[in-house]
Design a protein around this ligand. Structure first.
Ligand SMILES: [Mg+2]
Length: 451
């Protein structure tokens, strides 16, 4: 059973980030000649196709996404059309996640250009700063054509609505106490989850505007929607979360499938270090200390008789240490695990995973934090040492957030193919690079339509 928790009591809890005209902006980002011009992205090099995205310059002149090439040319004769390059967008998406992750952990990827972050109360209080910070990090890492709109609100639904309100390059904070007035002018059809059909059903039920929608009782919403979705929508709108409450975090971990040419011991090490850094940042953000690190490697991957791929070989190593929150300790533990893997691993790894666990809340730590615990980081003797490494890690987190992921690193700064190492995300419908057949398309290799 789902539980409800009132967003209002806790303030701004969700940040929704939605890129503006993503495919079109991506094309403008990679090809500066296309910037500031009306362009349309089409799925096929064919005169009978429609735009899956149009640039903001085209939108401003009245061409909507979904317009056919003929229709768009009627409105803007000089409009430029390019063919979509999905593998390029997926690569860009992963690089984008990496940049966002250096400012805020991504809770859910909702589509190739939309993500949700869950905010801590302290982060919700500096909403505008945080939005500016994200936008700066993105424009520093990419270019100022790749803009996004950010919404912050008590629930994901409200944050998504907020992100839609001031496109492009917008920011909008909706507080629980601003409702329903903040949305009184919104057209019901512009709300996420309200399709044409749903709008007709709302009309039939006498709901014509936001005030009417707001005034519904949860049961009425359920009846109009004809399913529990109506109640879910009502909850989201009124500041209640309907997702399952998050179980208390017991570990921070990341894993990564290694591309075929990334399976040498040296590259496995690089990947494991990046995963460890990423997990370490999460430990620090959660304000806890960890006492264990597990390195796991999987391999094998032959096809079983039913043709399904299996990771049948599995090797793991666990190290423990005095409660720690610094990369130095985590890297030292990882180094021991990697050395062990080098000596004993009986197969070639195809995926690497690092888990940092054995978590202890900051308040519980004091008693035994500096007591002698056998393990990687030794005991009482290195209290001062540990404090120093903790400061270094905090400083590095700050620098990464300000200057970008490549700014500082304990290990090598080499980029893992695919870039993104925060692997806790379910990519949903977003394909992986390995899903694309044929050689990868270069970022700058724009495909213009040929007619
Ligand atoms: Mg978008």
């Amino acid at each position: 059973m789902t539980q409800h928790s009132r967003g209002q009591a806790l303030g701004t809890e969700r940040l929704y980030l939605d890129f503006d005209s993503f495919f079109a902006s991506a094309e403008q980002h990679f090809n500066p000649d296309l910037r500031n011009r009306p362009i349309g992205v089409v799925p096929l090099d064919s005169p009978h196709t429609s735009c899956i995205a149009v640039s903001r310059q085209a939108k401003a002149r009245g061409v909507k996404s979904g317009a056919t090439i003929a229709k768009a040319r009627e409105i803007i004769p000089e409009m430029i059309f390019v063919v979509a390059r999905h593998d390029v967008y997926v690569r860009l998406h992963k690089r984008i996640l990496n940049v966002i992750e250096n400012v805020l952990p991504v809770a859910h990827v909702r589509s190739i250009d939309e993500v949700v972050c869950n905010l801590l109360p302290s982060e919700g209080k500096r909403a505008e700063d945080l939005a500016r910070h994200l936008k700066t990090a993105l424009s520093t890492a990419f270019s100022d054509v790749l803009t996004c709109s950010i919404g912050m609100a008590p629930t994901e639904l409200l944050a998504k609505i907020a992100a839609e309100l001031h496109k492009p390059d917008g920011f909008r904070l909706i507080k629980a106490e601003d409702l329903p007035q903040a949305l009184s002018d919104i057209d019901l059809g512009d709300l996420p989850g309200i399709s044409k059909g749903m709008r007709a059903r709302l009309q039939a039920a006498g709901v014509h505007d936001f005030a009417g929608l707001w005034a519904l009782a949860p049961k009425q919403a359920r009846a109009i929607w004809g399913s529990v979705e109506g109640e879910r929508f009502w909850n989201g709108l009124h500041g209640y979360h309907t997702e399952r409450p998050e179980t208390k975090k017991s570990m921070f971990g990341h894993s990564r499938i290694l591309p075929r040419d990334w399976r040498t011991p040296e590259q496995v090490k690089i990947c494991a270090r990046l995963l460890t850094e990423s997990a370490g940042r999460r430990v620090r953000r959660a304000d806890v200390r960890a006492t264990k690190l597990t390195l796991s490697l999987r391999g094998g991957g032959g096809r079983n008789p039913s043709g399904r791929r299996s990771d049948d070989k599995h090797w793991s190593w666990e190290g423990s240490f005095a409660p720690a929150r610094d990369d130095h300790t985590f890297m030292k533990a990882l180094g021991m695990g990697l050395a062990e893997a080098e000596r004993r691993l009986p197969f070639q790894p195809q995926s690497v995973s690092v888990m940092i666990h054995g978590l202890i809340g900051a308040t519980e730590v004091m008693g035994d934090l500096f007591a002698a615990t056998p393990g990687v980081s030794g005991g009482a003797a290195d209290t001062a040492d540990r404090a120093k490494w903790e400061k270094v890690s905090d400083l590095m987190d700050d620098l990464r957030a300000k200057l970008g992921p490549q700014a500082v690193s304990m290990g090598p700064t080499k980029e893992v193919p695919g870039g993104y190492v925060g692997a806790k995300i379910a990519f949903g419908r977003i394909p992986d690079e390995e899903d694309f057949s044929g050689p990868p398309v270069a970022d700058e290799d724009t495909h213009f339509v040929t007619f």
